[in-house]
Design a binder for this molecule. Structure first.
Ligand code: RNT
Ligand code: ZN
Length: 420
């Protein structure tokens, strides 16, 4: 360990030279909540009594020991993660993480099945976000909200309706907005002849879910697109154009676009989409992940794209309007560590972006000084943001540098390695 306070002073001197207010950057970073996905801890399995295998074109790989097998274990693991993630946090759970003694199907879920989650979040002063689980279910094999079979489609519409009511319950219990993400795996392995009917059915399904729950308050609804899923390579009903079109045509104050960093063609990046989405919408739900060759859901890295996304949010003035949520699952390494690494990278990328001389960069651009724009943005790639990050973590008691790793390894020795 080194003297983080002394280092912070030096960093402040550096940033002052460019007119960057370090305290203000740290404050915004601290107050910006990141919604922590629960599904990293148990490989997206959930707690349904009749749990089906993970399906819908997503896949967890790896078999590192110590997976959380019960809600209690999952919550204990998340409590361990929270220690090393500085600043405001929310918890993001899926409908498949319900708790009940008997089997409850997706079209039967009630707020009471999520009471333990709500109690736990309230105790910690945290908000809760939610996701309908339109996958890993026998009735999801031939589409969900776009299914041609009316009975199947009704089943999933009912699921969506119930999820919005649970969102309403979470908002009431926590006093914080509940952000719901709707992602459907619907698609085809081969090229369909009729590409529009499934989309018209999906549009109708969303319309009916929202119409039936008009009274729900303090819930935001992200509609998440995807380029393709495994086994569904040729056609995706909820493509980017479909989701973008749906969201923008609704002109609603709660239906927003979700942009998952892993859901686009390999040369497309979410950082380039934010400005376009914000030209038409007041909010965006961001799923931070890391794709390698496909939507592989690797642990979020402190990489160029994650940094570019955060820089874009700062430059657009949209940090507060963007719901930032992590979404990845890696079962090949210590799962608690996977959580901590990805969450710290997400927050660190945000802080690094807030520490850029944004006003100065904008000014040089306005004045047409593109040389300075390039020179400055390159210089700032190696600016001493890590000194500010360390001092922030120290102050938040979230562990400086890799100090958290010893604690997580200790937790592994004492807790997760003892799981069968
Ligand atoms: C899948 C989507 C979706 C899921 C979670 C579990 O490709 O990204 O958001 O990862 O809902
Ligand atoms: Zn996602």
């Amino acid at each position: 360990m080194y003297d983080t306070a002394k280092a912070l002073e030096i960093a402040k001197e550096f940033y002052a030279g460019y007119g960057v207010d370090v305290d203000q950057a740290v404050k915004i970073c601290d107050e910006t909540p990141v919604s922590i996905h629960c599904w990293q801890g148990d490989d997206v399995i959930g707690f349904e009594k009749k749990a089906g295998a993970l399906s819908g074109g997503i896949m967890t790989t790896g078999n590192y020991p110590g997976r959380a097998r019960t809600p209690e274990e999952l919550r204990a693991d998340m409590d361990e993660v929270f220690k090393f993630v500085p600043g405001a946090k929310k918890v993001n759970i899926h409908a498949s993480y319900l708790e009940s003694d008997k089997a409850v199907d997706r079209n039967e879920i009630e707020p009471e099945h999520f009471k333990n989650w709500a109690d736990w979040a309230v105790e910690r002063g945290m908000g809760l976000d939610f996701n309908p689980t339109y996958f890993s279910h026998p009735l999801a094999a031939k589409g969900t909200l776009s299914a041609a079979d009316d009975k199947v489609r009704e089943f999933w519409i009912e699921h969506g309706i119930r999820c919005r009511r649970i969102g309403d319950y979470f908002a009431k219990r926590t006093g914080k907005t509940c952000v719901i993400n709707h992602w459907t795996p619907d698609g085809d392995k081969e090229f369909p002849i009729d590409t529009i009917s499934p989309r018209l059915r999906m549009k109708d399904s969303y319309d009916r879910i929202f119409e039936a729950t008009k009274d729900v308050k303090n819930v935001m609804d992200g509609i998440e697109s995807k380029v393709f899923g495994i086994g569904l390579e040729a056609y995706t009903v909820g493509s980017h154009e479909f989701c973008m079109g749906y969201v923008m045509s609704k002109k609603s104050d709660h239906i927003i676009l979700t942009l998952d960093t892993g859901h686009f063609h390999p040369t497309e990046v979410v950082s380039a989409k934010l400005g376009a989405a914000y030209a038409f919408s007041d909010h965006v739900l961001l799923h931070v992940s890391r794709p390698i060759r496909w939507d592989s859901d690797h642990v979020v890295a402190f990489d160029d794209e994650t940094r570019a996304i955060m820089e874009e949010l700062v430059r657009l003035g949209k940090v507060q309007d963007t719901y930032i949520a992590t979404d990845y699952f890696d079962a090949s390494i210590n799962r608690v560590a996977a959580w901590v690494i990805g969450l710290r990278n997400t927050k660190k990328a945000l802080l690094a972006a807030l520490l850029q001389p944004t006003e100065l960069l904008k000014k040089t651009e306005r004045e047409g000084d593109v040389t300075t724009r390039l020179a400055l943005s390159q210089e700032f790639k190696a600016a001493p943001f890590s000194l500010v990050w360390d001092a922030y973590c120290e102050k938040a008691n979230a562990g400086v540098g890799s100090a958290w790793l010893d604690a997580v390894k200790d937790y592994e020795k004492k807790v997760t390695s003892k799981r069968g």
